[in-house]
Design a protein around this ligand. Structure first.
Ligand SMILES: *[C@@H]1O[C@H](CO)[C@@H](O)[C@H](O)[C@H]1NC(C)=O
Ligand SMILES: *[C@@H]1O[C@H](CO)[C@@H](O)[C@H](O)[C@H]1NC(C)=O
Ligand SMILES: *[C@@H]1O[C@H](CO)[C@@H](O)[C@H](O)[C@H]1NC(C)=O
Ligand SMILES: *[C@@H]1O[C@H](CO)[C@@H](O)[C@H](O)[C@H]1NC(C)=O
Ligand SMILES: *[C@@H]1O[C@H](CO)[C@@H](O)[C@H](O)[C@H]1NC(C)=O
Ligand SMILES: *[C@@H]1O[C@H](CO)[C@@H](O)[C@H](O)[C@H]1NC(C)=O
Ligand SMILES: *[C@@H]1O[C@H](CO)[C@@H](O)[C@H](O)[C@H]1NC(C)=O
Ligand SMILES: *[C@@H]1O[C@H](CO)[C@@H](O)[C@H](O)[C@H]1NC(C)=O
Length: 507
């Protein structure tokens, strides 16, 4: 033993003088240590844990930053860690006999405890009562309802904890007793279980919880909101993706909820302004559902990101009130989306540029003012399919001029078929008239290759034609509002004041 301590200290000295040699055998040559700084080590042990003396005789005056015990059967763990200062303790693929009040006895300053891919026989009362953890993780430990019914008393000894993870287990019916006194105040991660039912009092003690992750579970039917109500005041993120929910209720008031993820469920319709009380919602993910219908005014003003990829929408939902929106993802509506209406992407009171994804849809019908704005809202990068692009040209090439009514700002149009499209697939679009028209409209197109050709002039008959058609009347427009809110160029102001007000076409 003297010899091993001697070797250990010698190695520590070598490590201090040579930062390159930071890893060395330690603890009677059974583990690996890594120096993290003066008197701070990481330790990894993955063979038999029988030491001839208590561990604290081998690790003198050192703080263990991270202690990993891996791939072992760990039966004799009583007093194993006593008198050690450990910040983070992790078990990976460890078979632990029933834990009791001596397992973590005498451990100092433990903040994070992780059991991963491990087999836990049981957790007796008193195992955690003397710990002051911030973070506990039971990922993939085959924990089922029976285990929880038998061992929840010891989990409740944790009382105040920031992060609690019990993902990749076999929980199915969340029982109201399990976390009765557990005040998790930041994150509860119960993802990748088999949860079908949550007792209405399950979250009762968690009135400060900010993030709840329930993705990849078996919640089905209409989301039952009752269990979630204790979280109303605190919840910031709610992740319910990859369940089998077919409908969502009118959400109660969750004044701080900013992220709601309902992606990869089976939601078909969004009725009754279900989100109207979510006044702080910034990110709403509804990708990979079966949504056919969305109520008008379904989305709140605060929304920044609206994701609707892979649904069955025939119509694009109204985003007129959603003044903060910066991303609208409508990729792949499974062949249902064919038509754009007038002022389709216009937003009231908006100062933000909107990025739009419309690729994997082949649109063929375009109302004459599809991309026009009544309220002076701007578009940003706009992505669409090759077919849609060609159809726009065929139906009404002035549509391209509508993408950017404010000529000092460039709008980027991405034609996305996964590869660069050569001019032979562009049905005669590649002419000087078109190229100059796009330039004059201050639009940049990526994803197509018109090849090299020289143009005699920089003018465009398309441009002239579209400018001639620029003046439309739009009866519901409130002009004072427009003039007040927009920075108008002289030319635009002229159009507005001398003709029935409307802006949005080219230039
Ligand atoms: C450990 O720390 C104590 C108190 O600071 C000191 O007296 C002792 O010499 C240290 N032991 C070693 C081996 O450095
Ligand atoms: C530890 O648990 C044993 C039973 O397993 C019990 O007899 C003992 O009183 C407990 N000690 C403490 C400090 O709770
Ligand atoms: C879960 O843990 C077991 C060992 O208990 C392991 O064999 C399996 O690969 C782990 N699963 C995952 C998804 O990590
Ligand atoms: C553990 O504690 C709970 C509540 O503190 C108590 O109801 C239960 O009987 C205890 N279990 C054992 C085995 O002592
Ligand atoms: C929750 O657990 C899952 C699975 O273990 C993991 O992938 C995910 O990153 C965790 N989420 C958070 C927010 O910790
Ligand atoms: C969607 O959820 C199903 C299970 O309901 C899962 O098998 C699939 O991998 C998930 N898809 C995505 C994209 O997450
Ligand atoms: C728009 O596209 C350009 C060029 O690809 C890129 O640099 C920029 O970050 C994009 N803007 C947004 C908001 O995605
Ligand atoms: C077009 O070309 C003419 C002369 O070649 C030039 O004066 C004019 O500024 C150009 N216009 C634009 C918009 O580039």
């Amino acid at each position: 033993m003297m010899l091993s301590i001697f070797v250990f200290w010698t190695l520590v000295e070598i490590c201090y003088s040579s930062p390159d040699l930071a890893e060395f055998e330690c603890l009677e040559s059974k583990c690996w240590c890594e120096t993290m700084g003066p008197l701070i080590v990481n330790i990894e042990c993955s063979s038999d844990l029988d030491f001839s003396v208590p561990l604290h005789n081998l690790i003198i005056n050192q703080t263990i930053n991270y202690f990993l015990i891996k791939n072992v059967i760990f039966a004799e763990h009583k007093n194993f860690f006593s008198n050690l200062e450990i910040s983070e303790l992790a078990f990976d693929n460890v078979q632990l006999s029933s834990m009791g009040n001596l397992t973590f006895k005498g451990i100092r300053n433990l903040k994070k405890l992780m059991f991963k891919n491990s087999i836990l026989t049981g957790i007796q009362n008193g195992t955690f009562s003397h710990l002051d953890l911030v973070d506990i993780d039971f990922k993939n430990c085959s924990i089922d309802d029976k285990f929880m019914n038998e061992n929840h008393a010891s989990l409740n000894e944790l009382s105040h904890i920031a992060h609690f993870t019990m993902s990749q287990n076999k929980l199915s019916h969340l029982n109201k007793n399990w976390f009765k006194n557990l005040k998790i105040y930041f994150l509860l991660n119960l993802s990748f279980n088999m949860i079908t039912k949550i007792d209405s009092n399950f979250f009762r003690s968690m009135t400060a919880l900010e993030r709840l992750n329930l993705k990849f579970n078996h919640l089905s039917g209409c989301l039952d909101q009752i269990a979630l109500l204790p979280l109303r005041a605190s919840l910031v993120r709610l992740i319910l993706s990859s369940n089998q929910l077919s409908c969502v209720p009118v959400f109660d008031r969750y004044p701080n909820l900013r992220i709601l993820d309902l992606s990869n469920n089976s939601i078909e319709t969004l009725d009754n302004n279900v989100f109207r009380n979510l006044i702080s919602l910034n990110i709403l993910n509804l990708n990979h559902n079966k949504i056919k219908y969305i109520c008008s005014d379904c989305f709140t003003k605060s929304l920044l990101y609206l994701r609707l990829e892979d649904n069955y929408l025939k119509r694009i939902p109204s985003i007129e009130p959603v003044s903060s929106l910066i991303l609208l993802d409508l990729r792949n509506q499974n062949g249902h989306l064919e038509k754009l209406s007038n002022f389709q992407f216009d937003r009231r009171d908006s100062l933000l540029h909107l990025k739009i994804h419309l690729e994997q849809n082949d649109l063929s019908e375009f109302a004459p003012r599809s991309f026009c704005s009544r309220f002076g809202s701007y578009l940003d990068n706009f992505t669409l399919s090759h077919r849609t692009f060609v159809n726009m040209f065929k139906v009404n090439r002035c549509l391209f001029g509508q993408l950017n009514y404010k000529s000092s700002y460039t709008v980027r149009l991405f034609v996305d078929n996964g590869h660069l499209i050569e001019s032979k697939h562009l049905d005669g679009i590649c002419t000087c008239d078109f190229v100059n028209f796009i330039k004059l409209s201050n639009v940049l197109i990526s994803g197509i290759k018109c090849g090299e050709f020289e143009c005699q002039s920089n003018g465009s008959s398309y441009f002239d034609e579209c400018v001639r058609e620029k003046i439309y009347s739009y009866p519901s427009l409130d002009m004072s509002y427009l003039l007040f809110n927009l920075e108008l160029t002289a030319a635009e102001a002229h159009v507005l004041t001398t003709s029935p007000p409307y802006i949005g076409d080219s230039g």
